[in-house]
Design a protein around this ligand. Structure first.
Ligand SMILES: NC(=O)C1=CN([C@@H]2O[C@H](COP(=O)(O)OP(=O)(O)OC[C@H]3O[C@@H](n4cnc5c(N)ncnc54)[C@H](OP(=O)(O)O)[C@@H]3O)[C@@H](O)[C@H]2O)[C@@H](O)CC1
Ligand SMILES: Nc1ncnc2c1ncn2[C@@H]1O[C@H](COP(=O)(O)OP(=O)(O)OP(=O)(O)O)[C@@H](O)[C@H]1O
Ligand SMILES: [Mg+2]
Length: 298
């Protein structure tokens, strides 16, 4: 695991006087509906706190004022349930480095249809996409949407992984062999990178399998996966920008995923030291900087 940390360090862009706003990351989050406003906020703020310069949220009209009110740092577009949602998001795509699709999206058919169009437009522009939560629900209904797209990373939790595997492989999942199950799902999807979250986070690009088992805690408050997806949106862009020479032959997306998982677990560990059973995802956000320094800045 030690060597993989070095690869993550290699992809972190230096902070210099020569850069302008935006160069270290302009990330879009697609999600946020009447029920779920916390999840897209967690993903968007974690992208900023890990080092992105701009974070956009594309959500429904009703969710937008709520998400805006959590943070003046987020740019919030109330477009996801509008009749021309795909066009409204598409016009921002040339300015975005990566999209995180799914946190707090919900499962309404009309929204999922719009997200399908957004995914197709993103693929046409070769924009990296991280797909989580209800975005994975959509992929389980229509795996061809992501089949063979090498700039996609899927981040299923236990339930989402089983659902996806059953949809794609049509065999029962062998839960005694998590590494094999993740490898097989990635291969069946045409080498899309898969991160199966859990007691260990298991990551595969269909060729290699990495495991992240850095100590977190036993506190399982909701929202930890949303933080991970926001981190990953930024790290994917950094890794692709750094190029394969910096990742020593490993797929850049694999290294990005390992970095995002490690950081999530370290934030959880540090927050738990302070707050114990009261730890919430907001406490983890407060730990992003010290956790990042501890893991990646020497
Ligand atoms: N603050 C917010 O706004 C947040 C909003 N969020 C948003 O909510 C939306 C739905 O996402 P989700 O994760 O609740 O849906 P899904 O995966 O279908 O789980 C449903 C059921 O599966 C089970 N279950 C879950 N994990 C399991 C495990 N490891 N091992 C075993 N069982 C497990 C468990 O069932 P139970 O324990 O009740 O039997 C659970 O109730 C999505 O948009 C997401 O982004 C969240 O991000 C959190 C913060
Ligand atoms: N059993 C576990 N032991 C240790 N850490 C875990 C365990 N399960 C999950 N985690 C940690 O929590 C992170 C998020 O995984 P989780 O399964 O909670 O995602 P999720 O259900 O999508 O979360 P969210 O509530 O944001 O939707 C994992 O990457 C891992 O770091
Ligand atoms: Mg989740």
């Amino acid at each position: 695991m030690e060597n993989t940390f070095q690869l993550v360090k290699n992809i972190i862009p230096p902070l210099t006087t020569k850069k302008h706003k935006g160069q270290d990351g302009r990330i879009g989050i697609v999600g946020g509906c009447q029920e779920y406003t916390g999840a897209p906020y967690f993903a968007a703020i974690s992208a900023l706190k890990v080092g992105a310069d701009l974070s956009h949220v594309f959500c429904t009209r009703e969710a937008a004022p709520v998400i805006k009110s959590y943070s003046p740092e987020l740019i919030v577009h109330p477009v996801l349930d509008s009749p021309n949602a795909v066009h409204e998001v598409e016009k921002w795509l040339p300015r975005l480095h990566a999209l995180v699709v799914g946190p707090g999206l919900g499962r309404e058919d009309a929204l999922l249809e719009n997200v399908k169009g957004i995914l197709e437009a993103s693929k046409a522009r070769a924009i990296p996409v991280v797909i989580d939560a209800d975005g994975l629900w959509l992929i389980a209904q229509q795996p061809t949407l992501i089949q063979g797209y090498q700039k996609a990373v899927l981040t299923p939790n236990h339930v989402e992984f089983i659902r996806l595997s059953e949809a794609v492989l049509r065999d029962p999942v062998d839960s005694s062999d998590r590494r094999g199950a993740v490898l097989r799902l990635s291969q069946a999807l045409g080498n899309v990178t898969v991160v199966q979250k859990g007691e260990q986070d298991v990551i595969s690009d269909g060729e290699q399998v990495l495991e992240c088992n850095l100590q977190g805690s036993n506190r399982r408050c909701g929202g930890q996966g949303d933080l991970l997806s926001g981190f990953l949106g930024v790290l994917v862009q950094w890794a692709l920008h750094a190029g394969p020479e910096k990742t020593n032959g490993f797929s850049p997306l694999l290294v990005a995923a390992f970095g995002a998982c490690s950081l999530t677990r370290q934030c959880n560990h540090q927050a738990f030291q302070k707050h114990g059973r009261s730890t919430t995802t907001s406490d983890m956000i407060a730990e992003i900087r010290p956790a990042f320094n501890r893991l990646f800045e020497t």
